[in-house]
Design a protein around this ligand. Structure first.
Ligand code: ATP
Ligand code: MG
Length: 363
């Protein structure tokens, strides 16, 4: 099967099921170029294939421990189930003594939200509909494979080129395959985009991703983040309370259908959220180009992006502070978390948040 629709301005290649190459090294076949990103797993570098000169991305996982090796292999395994034009494709994998290199198609355009705020990029409700439709098409396919992404956020939505409106979903590092008989609970994610069930450490499902799409869509149309508090803890509390609204000022140019679409995703009860099939059939996504072509605010979106960058550096300090407080509390039997509290966030989920801060600290 080839990439088909949406891959036009991009190199077309055959979808591959990859097996991990333990004979050759990635450096035998690829030249490592500049760094593209970093994560808790390791680094992402631009690569050039020696035989063809083609540009790729290489996700370098540290695999010194068996846990690290398992996590990397799991991402390779999941990527083998995900062949769709709206999802980043894997092309090869190499395992050496201490690292696994996952070779991916290179997606050149950078983060969608960064493109949107460029002066020459049109940002209207119809263009937003195009993006949301593409996200949903990708996620509908992911869910049909019984996989949840669990880390949908603007950073993981990238444009295929600098001036393209075609996007792809990347980063299946937290994705999980769901089995109806085995509940899956997770303690990771990014506060602003986490669904209430993740914070409450309850089982996740396909509609956990739909909540995150609701948050992304809210920010896309208004430039405002619906649950953002002054600290991660406040953000998590706002999500738990499912406290959000359409601000008069920021949503004045946004249609009623768009608001209805968001409302049907930002439902605290995961069973009440639209699944991907129904979301794709929502009247807002059926709207044509003619309607609502007013430009949406890029200024607020710019502020949102600046705030995200600042938070990334701030998080480590915050995590350190919380960690020192946590270690005092856990040493003290009087203040150590025990039974759940009534109302607000339970002690149990507070404990999860601390664990979450641990995860952040090590990321
Ligand atoms: P994890 O959540 O698994 O710890 P992460 O968010 O750190 O991972 P990725 O999102 O997969 O990992 O990669 C980190 C960054 O590297 C991305 O935000 C993006 O900037 C860049 N990147 C990743 N894959 C590609 C790709 N295929 N093409 C271009 N850039 C990429
Ligand atoms: Mg990422």
């Amino acid at each position: 099967m080839s990439q088909g629709e949406g891959g036009r301005s991009q190199e077309a290649f055959e979808y591959r099921d990859i097996t991990i190459n333990t004979v050759e090294k990635a450096s035998d076949l690829y030249i490592q170029l500049e760094k593209l990103g970093a994560g808790k797993f390791g680094m992402v570098y631009k690569l050039q294939e020696k035989a063809t000169g083609k540009i790729r991305a290489g996700k370098y996982f540290r695999t010194r421990t068996s846990k690290e090796r398992e996590a990397a292999c799991k991402e390779v395994e999941l990527m083998n189930l995900l062949h769709h034009p709206r999802l980043v494709q894997s092309l090869a994998a190499f395992q050496s003594q201490t690292e696994l290199v996952l070779v991916l198609e290179y997606i050149a355009g950078g983060e969608l939200f960064e493109r949107i705020v460029d002066d020459d990029f049109e940002h209207t409700e119809p263009t937003s509909i195009q993006y949301v439709r593409q996200i949903l098409e990708g996620i509908q396919y992911v869910h049909r494979q019984s996989i949840v992404h669990l880390d949908l956020k603007p950073e993981n939505l990238v444009c295929i080129s600098k001036n393209s409106h075609w996007i792809k979903i990347i980063d299946f590092g937290l994705a999980r395959k769901l089995d109806p008989d085995t509940p899956v609970k997770v303690i990771h994610g990014t506060p602003e985009f986490m669904a209430p069930e993740v914070i409450a450490f309850e089982p996740v499902g396909f509609t956990t991703d739909m909540w995150s799409i609701g948050v992304i869509c809210y920010i896309l149309l208004s430039g405002d983040s619906p649950f953002q508090g002054d600290s991660d803890m406040e953000t998590l509390q706002n999500i738990t309370a499912a406290q959000w609204e359409f601000e008069e000022e920021t949503f004045s140019e946004v249609s009623q259908e768009a608001k209805d679409f968001i409302s049907q995703l930002l439902q605290k009860d995961s069973r009440c959220r639209l699944p991907s099939d129904q979301a794709l059939a929502h009247p807002w996504l059926q709207k044509t180009e003619q309607s609502g072509t007013k430009a949406l605010s890029k200024e607020r979106m710019r502020r949102f992006l600046a705030c995200q960058k600042w938070q990334k550096t701030g998080n480590v300090l915050l995590a350190l502070k919380r960690l020192s407080r946590l270690s005092c509390k856990l040493d003290d039997p009087v203040t150590a978390p025990s039974a759940p509290e009534k109302g607000g966030i339970s002690q149990c989920s507070l404990q999860n948040q601390w664990q979450f801060q641990w995860a952040l600290f090590f990321s």
